[in-house]
Design a protein around this ligand. Structure first.
Ligand code: COS
Length: 398
């Protein structure tokens, strides 16, 4: 055969495997398992938990037994060894019903477990990743501070180098999993004169003397995910708990957030898809002016816009996940996915409330809660504005 014939055959063979939008059987099973759990179990008490702002302890336990906590950790460290696509599918399904429970899973899996597995020493993995891989212990990521949310380089929490140990002093704000979590990753400044090059990341047991939690924040949405300020006063952290070289902490946090944002984007997608499904259902049941809402073009077109946006977000998120799973860079893509999905979730949930009208404004119909939950996805793990900084800097890079 001439090379003119061989080349197209080779190219089409490669394409068959590089552009495949089909999920594997494993992906479908994981999605179904998450969907079943969400629709059968989370749905039962989600309104009550939202009203009472209660931590979903039973669901955390059940989702651990189902293998969702630690799902991406390698089996070598007691985890499920699943890929990021599986994680995104699970996050979407759980968030359709209860994104407060889903965010506990997201912080644990994509920020904390990932960070320790990627950058931890074998000893750190044995001690901290193994119990997180099995879900026995949950992780929390302590970066934000009263005066350093978006401006993350300006860490005021200090980690004073005392030789064999570091002394932590300072306050972290809006910490998800602060109560449900047992293993903290704390970002703190060791060498203020070096700016962000002086920042370190530490693995810290919550029971370390000198750590106290403020009361659970009374939030607008995601009310049953536990969010607290955490105070450090002379908290002693062994030197061997530092992650990476001295001064690696800021880059570590940025790398962890790249993956974390895929999880939050999937959460936003789930919130939007959940609200859209409810709007579709309602429009097929409710009549106005003698016909179903779905037969009014004003409503049908709203649904079409919602469907388009949800599908666009899903594709962008899956592409980011695919990049991560295949060792390609994903920081800009995950920023795009989070930006698009979060803003889209706000738009779609607002339209869902509009379609349900008065019912949409009542708690029993869920869409007002989904709208409240959507708002947070535009704020945490980097606001929508921060994502625009990340995307535009990459576009403008020389
Ligand atoms: N991966 C690796 N390194 C990164 C990085 C990434 N994704 N993003 C930034 N860095 C590095 C830069 O290369 C730079 O290092 P050098 O000085 O050695 O070159 C350093 O980090 C500082 O970066 P930069 O100068 O861009 O810092 P800025 O203060 O301009 O801030 C943003 C950068 C806005 C991207 C960062 O502060 C950010 O993500 N903020 C949002 C934080 C956040 O999500 N908070 C919510 C937490 S909820 S857990």
């Amino acid at each position: 055969m001439t090379s003119a014939i061989i080349f197209p055959i080779f190219v089409s063979f490669i394409n068959l495997y590089t552009m495949n939008f089909e999920f594997s059987e494993e992906h479908k099973m994981i999605r179904q398992a998450a969907r079943d759990y969400a629709q059968r179990e989370l749905l039962k008490d989600v309104l009550e938990r939202d009203a009472k702002a209660e931590i979903p302890w039973d669901h955390i336990k059940n989702l651990t037994e189902l293998g969702f906590f630690g799902m991406m950790v390698s089996p070598e460290w007691g985890g499920g060894g699943m890929d990021t696509i599986s994680y995104v599918l699970a996050m979407e399904e759980l968030s359709k019903v209860d994104s407060a429970t889903a965010v506990i899973l997201s912080v644990h899996n994509s920020l904390v477990c990932w960070g320790v597995e990627k950058y931890g020493t074998p000893e750190q993995k044995e001690k901290f990743l193994r119990p997180m891989g099995s879900g026995e212990k949950i992780g929390a990521f302590l970066l934000s501070e009263p005066e350093a949310g978006s401006d993350a380089t300006h860490q005021r929490t200090v980690a004073e180098d005392k030789g064999d140990y570091y002394l932590l002093n300072g306050t972290k704000n809006w910490i998800s999993n602060a109560n449900s979590g047992q293993i903290y990753i704390v970002i703190a400044q060791t060498h203020p004169e070096k700016g962000h090059h002086g920042i370190n990341a530490f693995i810290v047991d919550k029971d370390t003397p000198g750590i106290t939690l403020a009361p659970h924040e009374d939030k607008m949405g995601m009310r049953s995910s536990d969010t607290h300020s955490v105070m450090f006063s002379e908290a002693k952290v062994p030197r061997e708990n530092r992650i990476g070289e001295d001064g690696f902490g800021f880059k570590f946090a940025m790398k962890a957030l790249e993956g974390g944002r895929i999880g939050i984007a999937a959460q936003a997608l789930g919130i939007a898809a959940g609200a859209m499904e409810r709007a579709v259902q309602y429009s097929k049941e409710r009549k106005a002016f003698g016909k179903y809402l779905s037969h009014h073009q004003a409503i049908a077109f709203k649904l079409a816009d919602m469907g388009l946006k949800v599908e666009n977000a899903r594709n962008l998120i899956l592409k980011s996940a695919w990049h991560k799973d295949n060792g390609l860079s994903y920081g800009t893509l995950s920023a795009m996915a989070k930006l698009y999905a979060a803003d889209m979730a706000m738009e779609v949930t607002t339209e869902a409330v509009q379609i349900l009208g008065g019912y949409g404004y009542v708690k029993e119909y869920h869409v007002e809660r989904l709208m409240r939950e959507a708002k947070l996805t535009q704020i945490y793990e980097g606001t929508s504005e921060i994502q625009k900084i990340i995307i535009s800097r990459e576009m403008l890079r020389d």
